[in-house]
Design a binder for this molecule. Structure first.
Ligand SMILES: *Cc1c(COP(=O)(O)O)cnc(C)c1O
Length: 363
């Protein structure tokens, strides 16, 4: 028997066990073909069935309106830090966009976008070390802005938008890498949502991009073909050889999500999971949450202990009992428990028990 480990890593993150079992079972012989899924053409009818199935599951689970397209793009989430401005800045002549700076990834995103147009950081929580979500309101968005950009869940700082800002007619663009499909979203209010797959959806290196149809086809002239959303749309993401394994894995994760009862059902579980850990933090004078209480993430729970020695001992003892990869990001320190969709409630309960026990004996 393999050791029972709960993987709290931030990404690449744990995947549902049944998904990995299915991959293992059919890895050498995909659907009786005698070859592996990763050995067959991306243009084969068998792979086409896989990608079509992934599309259908996403549409159904997310209740995606008909005028939204699903693209599978190369280069993970950060390639979209360039992809978004290259494709969308041209929506308006001013080539201007509004960014909310809520953490490290939104900072990287606005820096990259600034290579292609005028980027306005309309709101930021940098002055409080990104412990909260900066408010983005309609009056901050000028009429000549092509889009407004937010990071829905801040993986490093453990904060999240509990409600998306109302951006009026300006398309809202969301980097949802660490919380896509973890909670119910009204896609009709969103222009673009993208996510690197490796946190909630599948393996690393590929992103899923959900985009309103009319926002496709405005790429700047010099946009590389493999960043142009129109090229992806026209070719069903197969202008060149797409990462077939990533899409196959994502299709299995989507099927697993459907088997859990869908996004509304997993959202309920996610709330309970997060509350299990936040309750311990809130009742303790030993642990301190690093995120403002009203802005806390349900995906990444961040907290600190009184000193570095205690943190090291905490991480060591946690590791010894199978609580893996709890070390906080170097920007924040302390502990970070990433509890994406695939993390079972039992993992959070075990961590909560350990936290209480550690405080009792060491605190
Ligand atoms: C992890 C993460 C990224 C980086 O993803 P890559 O696929 O490594 O580029 C970007 N944005 C957010 C919100 C993330 O959590």
């Amino acid at each position: 028997m393999t050791k029972q480990v709960y993987n709290f890593g931030a990404g690449p993150a744990m995947l549902p066990v049944p998904v990995m079992q299915q991959i293992q079972e059919e890895f050498l012989d995909f659907q009786g073909m005698g070859v592996s899924l990763i050995e067959i053409s991306h243009r084969s009818k068998e792979f086409e069935a896989v990608i079509n199935n992934c599309d259908e599951l996403i549409r159904e689970l997310a209740d995606l309106p008909q005028n939204y397209k699903i693209l599978y793009t190369h280069g993970g989430a950060q390639m979209q830090f360039a992809g978004v401005p290259l494709n969308l800045l041209g929506l308006k002549p001013a080539h201007k966009a509004i960014y909310s700076e809520s953490g490290n990834f939104s900072k990287l995103a606005n820096k990259e976008a600034a290579r292609y147009g005028e980027i306005i950081i309309a709101t930021s929580s940098a002055d409080t070390d990104y412990d909260r979500i900066p408010a983005l309101t309609k009056d901050m968005i000028p009429d000549d802005a092509s889009y407004a950009y937010i990071t829905s869940n801040n993986t490093i700082y453990g904060t999240r938008y509990s409600e998306y800002p109302d951006t009026g007619d300006t398309p809202l663009v969301i980097d949802a890498t660490s919380d896509m499909f973890s909670h119910v979203v009204d896609f009709s209010k969103i222009g673009v949502m993208f996510a690197g797959m490796q946190k909630n959806l599948g393996p690393s290196g590929t992103a899923a991009v959900i985009i309103r149809e009319d926002l496709i086809g405005h790429a700047m002239e010099k946009t590389p073909s493999l960043l142009d959303y129109a090229v992806y749309e026209k070719s069903h993401s197969m202008a060149n050889t797409i990462n077939t394994f990533a899409i196959y894995t994502m299709s299995l994760v989507m099927q697993w999500l459907k088997d859990q009862g869908g996004i509304a059902a997993i959202e309920k579980v996610n709330r309970v999971k997060a509350a299990t850990l936040y309750d311990v933090i809130d009742q303790s004078s030993y642990y301190s949450g690093t995120a403002h209480v009203d802005h806390r993430s349900n995906m990444n729970v961040t907290f600190t202990l009184p000193d570095d020695e205690s943190t090291a001992a905490f991480l060591k003892q946690a590791g010894d009992i199978g609580l893996y990869a709890l070390k906080g990001h170097r920007n924040v320190g302390g502990v970070r428990a990433s509890i994406y969709n695939a993390m079972p409630l039992a993992g959070c309960e075990k961590l909560a028990e350990f936290m209480k026990e550690f405080e009792r004996t060491q605190g």
